[in-house]
Design a protein around this ligand. Structure first.
Ligand code: ATR
Length: 269
C-alpha cells in the first residue's frame, strides 16, 4: 500500500509511537477514516527506542503541525511522566495510550483502554452502570478496565486474580478512587453477579485453561472477553453453550480508537 498523494502543507500530522513498530494498527485504522471523511490529516508510525524517548518528544513538540499520537508498548508509562497534564483515568492507571499537544505545545495524555471497553459494551447494548461485575484478572488491561467500570458506576465489582495480591492491590486502588462503589477480592465465582469479564490472557493460546469453571456459568450471565484473536475463545464457546450472552474482545479496541481520535481532535475536518 502506498502513501497518500494528497498530503499538502496544510495537512495535520498525527503519529502512533511504539518499539517495535511493524505491528501497529492505528495508521491502518485512522488513515482510511481521514480519507473517507475528507479530513486533511495523516497518521504515521513513529518508531522510537525507549532510550531516545525524551529526544523524540522534544522534536515532536517543536513540530508545530504534529497534533499528537496513539501510544503503545513500551512507552505508555514513561510518556505519562513526560506529560504536562494527564487525565484522571491515565493517572489512576499509571499509563497513557494517547497524548496530544495543545496550542501552547503542552503535552496532555490520557488512557482510553477502560473507557473503550465500556463504550464497546454499551454499543453492543450491554449497560454496565448498575450491574454487578466479576472481573477475572488484575494485569495491565484489567487495571484500566476496573477503574473504568467503577467510573461508569457498576453496582459491585469483584476482582479475582490468579495472584491474589495483585487483585488486592487493584481492589484497594479502585476503592480509594471510587469510594461509592463496593469493590472486593473474590473467587472466580459469578454468584450474585450479572457480568463476567475476562481480562486475563488465558484464552490467547490453544490449551490455555478456562479462566473460570464453565460449570458456574448461568444462562442469565453476560460473558465479555478482551482477547481479540481468537475471536471466539474457549470461554466464549462455553458461554454460548450455556446460553449466555457474549461480548467479543474486538469491540474494546474499536471503541478505544474512536475515543483516541476524539481526544486527538483528528476525527473532524
Ligand atoms: P495485559 O497487559 O494483557 O493485561 P498482564 O499485565 O501480563 O497482561 O496480565 C495478564 C493477566 O492474566 C494477569 O491477571 C495474569 O494473572 P497473574 O497476575 O496471576 O499472572 C492473568 N493470567 C495469565 N495467564 C493466566 C492463566 N493461565 N490463568 C489465570 N490467569 C492468568
Amino acid at each position: 500500500m502506498g502513501a497518500t498523494l494528497d498530503i499538502t502543507g496544510k495537512t495535520r500530522v498525527f503519529g502512533c509511537i511504539a518499539d517495535p513498530i511493524d505491528h501497529v494498527r492505528a495508521p491502518m485504522v485512522f488513515n482510511p477514516i481521514f480519507e473517507a471523511r475528507g479530513i486533511d490529516a495523516v497518521m504515521v508510525p513513529v518508531h522510537v527506542a525507549p532510550d531516545r524517548l525524551e529526544t523524540a518528544i522534544a522534536g515532536l513538540k517543536a513540530q508545530l503541525n504534529f497534533g499528537g499520537m496513539a501510544v503503545t508498548v513500551p512507552h505508555k508509562l514513561r510518556l505519562m511522566e513526560l506529560c504536562d497534564e494527564v487525565g484522571r483515568q491515565g493517572r489512576l492507571v499509571g499509563a497513557v495510550n494517547a497524548v496530544k499537544f495543545d496550542a501552547g505545545r503542552r503535552m496532555i495524555g490520557d488512557n482510553f483502554d477502560g473507557a473503550g471497553f465500556v463504550a464497546g459494551m454499551r454499543a453492543e447494548g450491554h449497560e454496565v452502570t448498575g450491574r454487578a461485575v466479576l472481573q477475572l484478572g488484575a494485569g495491565g488491561a484489567g487495571r484500566a478496565i476496573a477503574f473504568a467500570l467503577a467510573d461508569a458506576g457498576v453496582s459491585r465489582l469483584v476482582i479475582h486474580n490468579r495472584t491474589r495480591s495483585k487483585a488486592e492491590e487493584l481492589a484497594a486502588a479502585v476503592a480509594s478512587a471510587y469510594p461509592a462503589v463496593p469493590v472486593s477480592v473474590g473467587d472466580a465465582d459469578p454468584d450474585g453477579c450479572d457480568i463476567v469479564i475476562n481480562t486475563t490472557s488465558s484464552g490467547l493460546h490453544d490449551g490455555d485453561p478456562l479462566p473460570i469453571d464453565g460449570g458456574l456459568l448461568r444462562s442469565d450471565l453476560l460473558i465479555a472477553e478482551i482477547i481479540m484473536i481468537p475471536e471466539r475463545t474457549k470461554l466464549l464457546d462455553v458461554a454460548l453453550e450455556k446460553g449466555c450472552k457474549i461480548q467479543y474482545g474486538r469491540h474494546m479496541l474499536d471503541h478505544q480508537i474512536t475515543l483516541i481520535g476524539e481526544f486527538l481532535g483528528c476525527l473532524s475536518a
